[in-house]
Design a protein around this ligand. Structure first.
Ligand code: HEM
Length: 471
């Protein structure tokens, strides 16, 4: 469209000089976009500074971006802070679409995240789940509250670290600090700094401390990743070479340099544990807020597992209500609420002319709550997924928590296997209540801003051992 003025542009809310629409956004950007979309429609053109940003908030429009024109929208936007944090785009998540990205993605899928690989980590998931249950069980006698948010973080981190690196890194005080650095990384990536969009305001992120936080986080992460790589190199010399893990495989590939290796490892640690623990955190939050759903889920799980201590894959396969609870959690609390892409060329979307280089934001969170697609969209009602063919493959774009297409999430199998096993065990083995005799409706659902969506406040809950005659 470079040769003529655009005739059909999407509606735009009125904007201010210099900052465009940035003043209409709040820290929880997905919520601000939903509010704007209710007024201006599901396809809007905003301006972050002078930069045009196409905002997509309906299933139909998302299908055009993620399926029909997937190739055109297969690049990701980046800012100077994401470049600094992610080794100058040498990772999978932000790397430009092309040969290098294709190679990294296929290594991630084949060597770490394929169904077969995920099956081979079954013992890791089981051991880590047993450890989690033990920690919770230890609090039962004293009836003290457990911080489930922290336990879920540690659990998800251990599963991914053991699968990818062959050992845990999350234990003890050092481990806790390491999990917090990853949380901060995700918050920094999700933070819109005005200087990225209005170049002469670059100094603001220096004055408000953002640049300093980026540098500190980058340094701590690099130190940690260097240690992981060195450990593998040293160990590799001694080993008989009978069992390679993901890091060994990356180290063998001469076309990926040291920064590239660290960047991919960083991706796995940034994208995997945080999203998995967010799903667990919100699932338990919603179960506690909805005692009937909790009772239904306990009835299903306990009915299938009976008095056995160990839950099997076959048991999980039969738990339709459990699967519906997980889907309903992902619909209401998409762990990655916003997808960001960039148009590689001029293109028409939903009849609107969109110019090359326009940034696109797909509000997965907003689409999950769109009244045009869902009845009583804000209600937690897992039954809507029973007897329904909606699944995670993102074929119906009203429910696409893992995205779709070339840049879609490669971690679905690992994430779902981990979440199902933990959740089924938690409701099988324990009864749950809120501390200080709080009522279920008192449990808040406030969110922490960031590229992934967590509770603002940790989830504190009091567990007791299940009484076997209860159900
Ligand atoms: C419930 C858990 C998870 C959710 C909801 C989730 C969601 C997503 C979403 C929405 C995207 C962007 C897709 C797009 O742009 O179309 C994504 C990308 C990605 N995810 Fe996940 N994810 C989860 C777990 C995992 C796990 C466990 C891993 C690996 C350990 C992982 C690795 C990745 C990677 C590497 C990408 C980038 C793919 C690319 O750019 O080509 N994710 N994920």
């Amino acid at each position: 469209f470079n040769h003529h003025p655009l005739k059909h542009q999407p509606p735009s809310p009125p904007k201010l000089p210099v900052i465009g629409n940035l003043h209409q956004l709040s820290a929880l950007i997905h919520r601000a976009l939903q509010t704007l979309g209710a007024k201006h429609g599901p396809v809007m053109l905003l301006h972050f500074g002078s930069k045009p940003v196409l905002v997509i908030q309906s299933a139909d429009a998302a299908a055009q971006i993620l399926k029909d024109h997937d190739l055109v929208f297969s690049d990701k936007p980046h800012t100077s802070s994401t470049r600094r944090l992610l080794y100058d785009l040498k990772d999978v998540i932000i790397a430009p679409y092309g040969e290098y990205w294709r190679k990294l993605k296929s290594i991630c899928v084949l060597q770490l995240l394929s169904n077969e690989r995920v099956g081979s980590y079954k013992f890791i998931r089981e051991e880590e789940t047993a450890l989690l249950l033990e920690k919770i069980g230890a609090c039962c006698l004293s009836e003290t509250a457990v911080d489930l948010s922290q336990l879920f973080d540690l659990h998800s981190n251990n599963v991914i670290c053991r699968a990818a690196f062959g050992r845990r890194f999350g234990e003890g005080e050092r481990g806790r600090r390491f999990t917090m650095v990853f949380r901060e990384l995700v918050q920094l990536i999700g933070d819109l700094q005005i200087g990225e969009f209005v170049p002469w305001l670059w100094w603001i992120s220096r004055v408000n401390g953002f640049d300093r936080r980026v540098d500190e986080v980058r340094e701590k992460l690099d130190e940690f990743l260097e240690m992981v790589v060195e450990e593998h190199l040293n160990r590799g010399l001694e080993r008989s070479g009978n069992k390679e893990n993901f890091v060994d495989i990356l180290l063998k590939d001469s076309s990926i340099d040291r920064d590239g290796i660290k960047a991919i490892l960083l991706d796995m640690l940034a994208a995997g544990p945080d999203t998995t623990s967010s799903t667990l955190e919100w699932a338990m939050t919603e179960l506690l807020r909805h005692p009937t759903v909790m009772t239904n889920l306990q009835a299903e799980v306990r009915g299938i597992v009976k008095d056995r201590q160990i839950l099997t894959d076959k048991d999980l396969g039969e738990m339709q209500y459990l699967k519906a609870v997980i889907k309903e959690t992902l619909r209401l609390h998409a762990p990655i609420p916003l997808l960001a892409r960039v148009a590689r060329e001029d293109i028409t979307v939903m009849g609107y002319e969109i110019q090359a280089n326009t940034m696109v934001v797909v509000n997965l969170w907003g689409i999950g709550r769109d009244p045009a697609s869902w009845e009583e969209p804000d209600k937690f009602h897992p039954e809507r997924f029973l007897n329904s063919s909606l699944d995670f493959k993102g074929l119906d774009f009203k429910f696409a928590p893992f995205g779709h297409g070339r840049r879609g999430c490669p971690g679905i199998a690992l994430a779902i296997a981990s979440v199902e096993l933990v959740l089924a065990n938690l409701v099988h083995k324990f009864e749950w209540k809120l501390p200080m005799r709080a009522k279920c409706e008192d449990l808040d659902v406030m969110e922490q801003p960031g590229a992934s969506l967590h509770r603002k406040h940790p989830l504190l809950v009091v567990p007791t051992h299940r009484q076997h005659n209860m159900l």
